[in-house]
Design a protein around this ligand. Sequence first.
Ligand code: GLU
Length: 393
Amino acid sequence: MDPITELLAGMLEEVRPHDAGETASYIPQLRDADPAPLAFAVAGPRGRVRTVGDDEVAFTIQSISKPFVLALALEQRGRDGVLEKVGVEPSGEPFNAISLEPGTGRPANPLLNAGAIATTALIEGADVDTRTGKIVDALSAFAGRSLWIDEKVYASESETGHRNRALAHLLRSHDVIAGAVDVAVETYFRQCSVLVTVRDLAVMGATLAFGGMNPVTGRRVVSEPVARDVLAIMASCGMYDYSGEWLLRVGLPAKSGVSGGLLAVAPSQFGVAAFSPRLDAHGNSVRASALVEAVADRFGMHLLELHESLGEPAVSVETVEDGRLVRLGGELGFTGSERVVAVLRELAAGLAEGTVVTVDASELGRANPGALVALRTEFQTMPDSFVLREESG
Ligand code: GLU
């Protein structure tokens, strides 16, 4: 076992004794689910997925489908097209609340049931099968394998889904959803019934973590701005009416579901997922939450924590035949451009006149436009022997 997998296995054993909480009770398949399984997975940048525990157990994705269907809607309709129908404000209310904006009837956000049904209704298609097909294809592209639906769970969701149907009728009455209510709501029930494992969820999360590019298949699933929008909404609304406290304590965009799954994203680093069926009073899995909290804590993943690599970009100065070569690497942002400017000024002051200084910016992983403008402006004040190379070769 490699050291990271060993660490994950250790965390799994630490949370195993927690037996608080209850399985969801609104359908027999969830109420009677074995509460014992416990699994944990992390998917990193090069597509390596580490899993520990009951990683072969499949469960229905439930609410964790919501951010991914949102991604599909954003990709198809654009941000404004989605915002016209659904808000992005945390409601502080339970997942099935009737949280509609007075006047417009817009649901508070896409991760509540009302908002999710409105989002699902934005996926076009003549009937439930066509729409479901598009959604399952999108979820599969995020997971990097073909997913399918648990028909028994779907039948139960549909049989018992009176409140969701009522929400959908309310949305229809406000013209938030167009067309047949049944098509929207049955598509939503089918999307909730897609079967996944923790591995799938970790890869789905990693795809969001790496700007919409699936690190396992190497396929772009959604654009970078769409992935960022989805993560922003997960950060503020992903954990039901515990979202604020989750952001405070754990600090990662996340989404949980009533079957006991939980997915969280450390942008640019990894997707992490955990599964354990017993839920707390907010509807979040007790042991899965503890696992994600532990991994975030131990790897210093809180989004608002200091990240020194951002403040200290890679700048190296080499002596070469005709002068100096300044290589820039990593990400050039605000603090990075400040540092590069300081290095250049030091060189300009200390070197003999006419010494050639080549600044190679062609290997930057990412250069933010503001930082590049600052660098180019600085170059205008530098001696002619200073050369900025932005393209490789
Ligand atoms: N199928 C569930 C519902 O709509 C999903 C809820 C959830 O996972 O939060 O009631």
